[in-house]
Every structure is written in structure tokens, then in C-alpha cells.
Design a protein around this ligand. Sequence first.
Ligand code: NAG
Ligand code: NAG
Ligand code: NAG
Ligand code: NAG
Ligand code: NAG
Ligand code: NAG
Ligand code: NAG
Ligand code: NAG
Length: 503
Amino acid sequence: MVKIGVKSSIGRMRLQMLLGYVLFIFSSLSVALGAFVGINIGTDLSTLPSPEQVVAILRSHQITHIRLFDSDNHLLSALSDTGIEVMVSVTNYEVLRIGQTPSAAASWINKNVAAFVPATNITAIAVGSEVLSTIPNVAPVLVPAMYNLHKALVSSNLNYKIQVSTPLSMDLIPRPFPPSAALFNSSWNSTIDGILKFLKTTNSVFMLNAYPYYGYVQSSGIFPIEYALFRQLSPVKQIVDPNTLFHYDSMFDAMVDATYNAISAFNYPAIPIVITETGWPWAGGGKERDATVENAETFNNNLIKRVLNGSGPPSQPGIPMNTYIYELFNEDKRPGPESEKSYGLYYSNGSSVYALGLDAIGGGVSVNGSGGFCVAKKGADVSGLEDGLNWACGPGQANCSAIQSGQPCYMPDTIENHASFAYNDYYQRMQSVGGTCDFSGTAVITTVDPSYGSCVFRGSTNASIGGLVQPAFGPVGPTGSVSSHELPYTWGLVLGIVLLAVL
Ligand SMILES: *[C@@H]1O[C@H](CO)[C@@H](O)[C@H](O)[C@H]1NC(C)=O
Ligand SMILES: *[C@@H]1O[C@H](CO)[C@@H](O)[C@H](O)[C@H]1NC(C)=O
Ligand SMILES: *[C@@H]1O[C@H](CO)[C@@H](O)[C@H](O)[C@H]1NC(C)=O
Ligand SMILES: *[C@@H]1O[C@H](CO)[C@@H](O)[C@H](O)[C@H]1NC(C)=O
Ligand SMILES: *[C@@H]1O[C@H](CO)[C@@H](O)[C@H](O)[C@H]1NC(C)=O
Ligand SMILES: *[C@@H]1O[C@H](CO)[C@@H](O)[C@H](O)[C@H]1NC(C)=O
Ligand SMILES: *[C@@H]1O[C@H](CO)[C@@H](O)[C@H](O)[C@H]1NC(C)=O
Ligand SMILES: *[C@@H]1O[C@H](CO)[C@@H](O)[C@H](O)[C@H]1NC(C)=O
């Protein structure tokens, strides 16, 4: 893994440009009652953005949960005060020493966790990555490593805030279908038993890496691709578990249920599963013909919808399937088949590989200028406008490309003009889902169309832009820029109803 260590100071405009290019947006990837979609950040890239840029990209997409494959200290400090929940990892290389030496675990916790909390919101430690499948010789010290880390957390009084677990691969379940009959490979019985006992005792989650991509490719045609991509199955192709008669709409659900079943064979009930990796490559070599942009786009968009729907798999409908997508960036330096380099949602410059959004949830919302325009208040103080502008173009998801140098709304090159454009773009998109025109008191509504020359403000009757926008699920902004409780509350209600219906 390459270290994220290069600091670069990025000016406001550069940051805005980066954000401006990030065109497709997740909306907020978390809803009430805990269902969330997070993202893995691998760093095997030839051009790795600086930690500050990585954080800017995360914020612009309102990503609320991330998993790092290491404990890069520069990135951990860039993540401070962002509220983003961070899972750090002990690398496979470090597991042996930490398992053998309690003091090594204590110093790892001091250096990589205690030094950053609470400013950086570290909530979990992943011990290794698929240790049993990739470095089986280290398996005997895996559980001791987990205990050593947990004890170090206890000494630092952090054990109530931070869980310890270890991501395991679906490979440990040789026959995952039907889910009701799935068992772990029995050569691992005693290790798995030790892991489950640890998780139960410390009230932690089971971490699972589950890739329908591999499940589909390796099933050599037994399962239809629709099943792997969360697409509707035709009535003649329904996938049903013959023992439970549960219908499986997706292989993802079936994999998670297979794992719940394998766990239940050990009599440790109610250990929730978090999916630490899943994804679909958008490009591959000659033999990887299912690694296409279209499939990757379908998989990840449907996955987001599926997870944020909040329900669990058929056997555990009450436990949301919280999931980390693999992965943020394409890792061009990863060894192995072409597809290994092509799991990223974004290039390292921040542009997205394909459209990713929640457009289909709740449908689009048509906006027009009937609610007036939102512009910078005359005489508002410059630093307030600057904050508002940065927020609008970043987390607020306004389309700020028109105010970049050389674009129609760049001139006059003043904070006030740029803020007006960004505020209005945000307001026109978000007004119907609770966005307000406030920006900490630096914004005001006007009925006068602020468009000029070829600079057309969204909502102008002359505009050819406008049209469908993505709904937002509660962007959190500076005080007053969003009617803050409205959206999560609405979703809480919807999910509450869903869960009631399920229970
Ligand atoms: C950290 O994450 C936890 C769990 O979601 C949350 O309750 C807490 O408010 C977060 N802390 C900060 C400082 O954002
Ligand atoms: C079970 O695991 C052992 C040890 O890793 C391996 O040799 C064996 O092939 C696995 N069995 C199956 C059915 O995957
Ligand atoms: C492994 O564990 C499973 C589930 O508890 C059990 O059915 C199986 O017999 C065990 N295998 C061995 C070899 O102990
Ligand atoms: C959530 O997804 C599951 C699985 O596809 C489905 O059975 C359930 O009806 C969905 N719930 C809602 C509210 O869409
Ligand atoms: C970002 O990088 C990708 C891949 O190298 C390239 O196709 C794209 O044009 C770049 N976007 C910008 C805005 O530079
Ligand atoms: C603008 O929106 C209002 C209210 O949603 C609607 O009645 C009106 O027809 C819309 N106007 C245009 C030009 O779309
Ligand atoms: C952002 O605005 C530019 C014009 O300024 C337009 O070409 C582009 O399609 C817009 N992007 C989005 C995602 O709406
Ligand atoms: C809108 O278009 C009309 C006709 O093309 C033009 O006269 C008017 O000035 C435009 N309004 C704005 C605000 O650009």
C-alpha cells in the first residue's frame, strides 16, 4: 500500500474546481435508524489525492462512513472534525506481532487510535483483511490479536466507542446456497468459534466481504445475472430456498443470509453482520466480460437502494445490512487481473467513472423559478459568504462549474457574485426537499432573475437547465441552510413504518 503522505495546500478555487467536476452525487448515504452505505478507501494509486482532497471528495458526496485498509496518520488527522465515521485497519502484515505481543497492541492503539479520537470519529478496528483465506498461517494469532487490541482499548477507556472485529471472506462458506444449509468450512471451526465468542463478549459486529460478482462469475451460469445485479427476476426464475421457502431477490441478500446461518450453527445468536466490502468492477481483461460500466453502475446503484431501504435479509429482516462499497478510487497499481484495478467509483481527480445516485428512490423533483431566487445578501461579510460558497459547492452539491474561470458566470470575479450563483443553484435543487435560503444569514430571496448575458441562473424561465434533480436525504449544512430535522425525520417515519410492517 502506498502511504497517503503528500500534503498539498489547495486553494479555494482549486478545491471548488475539484468539487465542481464531481458531477454525480450519492446524496446522503445514511438514513435514520442506522442503515448506511460507506466506502472503502484503498491507496494503491499512482496519483493519490492529498488527504485534504480525499476528505473534500468524501464530503462533497456526503459520505458518512469509511473504511481504511491501514491507519494512515495523515488521513486520520485530515478526517478530524468531519464527523465521518472511520474504520481503521490493522494490516495483515501487523497482525502477527499484535497477536503475539500485548504491548505491541497497546502501542498500536496509542499511535493510531487514541492519538486521534475524539476529533476523528474512529468507531471500529478491522483486524487484518480476510486473514483466514489470505494468510492462513497467521490464523492462530488472529483471535489473540483481537483480544490484545480490545484490552488496549479498555485501558484507554475507548472500548465503549470502538469495536474490534475482523473482515472474513465468503470463501469460508464453500456452499452458500441454499442459505439455510450454509456452513463455514469446518477446517476453520475452532478459529471461527473463537472469533464469534470474542464478538459476542465484546458486543461487536461480524465483518463480511461478499461479492456477488465473484458468486455470479464462479457459478458458471447457474444464477441469472439479474440476480447478481439486484434486478427484477422473471416469475420463472425466482430464487427460493427450498428449506425456508424464503424468496431471494438478490444474491447479496442470499450471501448475507448464508453467513447468518453459518454463524447460527455455533450458537452465538444475534451477532449482526456488517458488509465491509462489496462491489463490481467496471472494466476487466478479455476473460472478464461481466466487468462492464453498465453492470457496475447497475450493481452499485441497486445496492445503495437495497441497503438504504433499511431491511435485513429474509432471515433477519430487522437487522439493516450496513455496507461499505469497494471502493472510492480506482487503484491502478493493484496487481492481479485488470478488474482489480477497476472497482473505483471515482478517478483520482475526483470525477466519477459512472453515474451514481439515488435518483430512482422517490423519483425526481421538478423545480422551477416559482419560489424566487436565492442570492447573496448585500453587505454580508466576506468570510460568511466564503463559508457559504464553499459549503454550497461542496456538501451542498450545487453545480458550481459555471463560476469556474473561463465559464459564463465567472465574471465579475467576486465572492458575492459566485456565492449568489452557488446559493441559488443549491436552493433551486433542494428547496422542494427542505433546503432553505439562509446560509447563516448571508443569503436572501429575490423575485428578480439574477441571470445576465450568457450566465443563466437555475430557475430562470429562460433556462434550459433545471429539470430533474436528485432528492437529498438531509444534507447537513451550516446553521439554517437546511431545515435540519425535516428530512431525517421523514425518513425515520418511513423506515419506522417499514420496520413495523416487518415485525
Ligand atoms: C461519531 O459517530 C457516532 C456514531 O454514529 C456518533 O454518535 C457521534 O455523534 C459521532 N461523533 C462526532 C464527533 O461526529
Ligand atoms: C476448507 O479449508 C481448507 C483449509 O484452508 C482447504 O484446504 C479446503 O479446500 C477447504 N474446503 C473447501 C470445501 O473449500
Ligand atoms: C464444525 O462446526 C459445525 C457447526 O457447528 C458442525 O456441524 C461440524 O460438525 C463441525 N465440524 C468439525 C470437523 O468439527
Ligand atoms: C426492501 O428490500 C427488500 C428486498 O428487496 C424487499 O423485500 C422490501 O419490500 C423492501 N422494502 C421497501 C420498503 O422497499
Ligand atoms: C479525470 O481522470 C479521468 C481518467 O484519467 C479522465 O478521463 C477525466 O477526463 C479526468 N477529469 C478531469 C475533470 O480532469
Ligand atoms: C412551476 O412550479 C409550480 C409549482 O410547483 C407549477 O404550478 C408551475 O406550473 C411550474 N411552472 C413551470 C413553467 O414549470
Ligand atoms: C453543471 O452545469 C454545467 C453548465 O454550467 C452543465 O453543463 C452540467 O451538465 C451541469 N452538471 C450537472 C450535473 O447538472
Ligand atoms: C429571457 O429571454 C428573453 C427572450 O429571449 C429576453 O428578452 C430576456 O432578456 C431574457 N431574460 C433574461 C433574464 O435573460
